[in-house]
Ligand binder design. Structure first.
Ligand code: HEM
Length: 365
């Protein structure tokens, strides 16, 4: 049964204007059903926990479960909390503020600017998702906690979070999950990438819902690993290849990941260059200064082993060729699977709005 099936019951049982979320917690020890409301620092960034403690694993009486010994089989449910007081214009205003800041602070990282690292922030906030129990993902905004930040795979993302700090201060009503994903959509679009549909409704969740470290991918691996990794995110081969195409943006940094160099020439514009370079450059696997293996080309470009796996595996290779020859096909696929990545694990009520933001250029700003 879809989690959406619970929504009518949910809204009938509790009607509160300020209600952002009821999420059920199946706790092993407790015996009664209680509703606990906890307010977070920001006035309306509240979460409510619906404690379903009947211990029978029956999802009908709750709306979400966090893992606990007795709830091992019950998946977490994350229902988007749509803030009826906010409109498209409110979110477009946040988009514009991020986009203008990307434009203004263009000297960051050797004039690459903040776009690529904002895409990485949105992706790493979402890339902890596990389809097997519906944990992780962007919903709870848990990237704001030290535990998640300290995952080695997130090294360097402090710069992106610091970029977002003044924006959170200016718009304290947005959740961290919404902000981080909106930032990634904004960066893709402002760097001339495809329009990516975006939906609000993520809710800041407490620290103990933070996924354990180790869920983000390790670049020192081949095609089987890549396929398994993306399967956990519910992504097929075509989606896996399209998502990796985001490596047209930005670069690797020795101090962050132990890898060195950009994937191509146009590090701050979203193109299909990643696929073109994969096919056309002369790649050589060698040890970098940090002692890690990476593919290098005479032009000074690099590929991770997980990137290069896309030309070693015949099924992936076919898709790489298609995207290298047809940027439109890449853009179309990327727009749809990037939205899916950012929304993994979230149930949206039927009346939840979907937004397509205008770029600054389209607004003549
Ligand atoms: C197997 C999957 C992946 C692996 C192993 C991987 C690995 C990496 C590594 C090692 C870096 C360098 C970080 C640094 O040194 O600063 C990086 C950067 C980056 N990744 Fe990925 N990545 C993967 C998938 C993705 C996906 C799915 C996206 C987005 C859709 C993405 C977007 C980016 C971007 C934009 C950067 C550049 C960040 C910057 O310039 O600061 N990556 N990735």
């Amino acid at each position: 049964m879809s989690a959406n099936a619970f929504i009518p019951l949910f809204s009938r049982t509790v009607s509160r204007r300020s209600l952002y979320l009821f999420s059920g917690v199946a706790a092993a020890a407790a015996a009664a059903t209680t509703v606990a409301a906890t307010a977070s620092a920001a006035d309306n960034r509240k979460y409510y926990s619906y404690n379903n403690n009947n211990n029978n694993g029956n999802r009908r009486s709750g709306w979400g479960f966090f893992g606990g010994a007795a709830a091992a089989a019950a998946p977490v449910v994350h229902i988007a909390a749509v803030n009826k007081d906010r409109s498209f214009d409110d979110y477009q205003r946040i988009y514009n503020t991020i986009a203008e800041k990307i434009r203004e602070e263009d000297e960051y990282d050797g004039y690459i600017g903040y776009g690529p690292i904002l895409v990485r922030l949105g992706w790493h906030s979402s890339g902890t998702y596990d389809k097997n129990d519906n944990t992780g993902g962007s919903y709870g905004g848990t990237m704001r906690f030290k535990l998640e930040q300290s995952d080695g795979a997130n090294n360097g993302l402090g710069n992106a979070r610091a970029f977002m700090e003044p924006i959170l201060k200016e718009f304290p009503w947005i959740s961290h999950g919404d902000l981080y994903t909106l930032g990634a959509v904004c960066a893709v679009q402002e760097l001339q990438g495809p329009k990516v549909k975006w939906r609000p409704g993520r809710v800041d969740m407490p620290e103990d819902t933070t996924p354990k470290n180790g869920r983000l991918p390790d670049a020192a691996n081949g095609a089987d690993y890549v396929r398994n990794f993306y399967a956990r995110l519910n992504m097929n081969d075509r989606e896996a290849v399209a998502l990796t195409g985001a490596h047209c943006l930005g670069r690797t940094h020795l101090k962050n990941s132990g890898f060195d160099g950009p994937w191509g020439a146009a590090s701050n514009s979203f193109t299909n260059e990643f696929f073109v370079n994969l096919l056309n450059e002369q790649w050589k696997l060698q040890k970098n200064k940090a002692g890690n293996m990476q593919y290098d080309s005479p032009k000074g470009y690099m590929m991770l082993e997980t990137d290069y796996a896309l030309v070693q595996d015949p099924a992936y290779l076919k898709i790489v060729k298609e995207f290298a020859n047809n940027e439109g096909a890449f853009f179309k696929e990327f727009a749809s699977c990037f939205q899916k990545l950012l929304e993994n694990g979230i149930d949206y009520p039927k009346d939840a709005p979907t937004y397509v933001f205008k770029t600054l250029d389209e607004q003549d700003l």
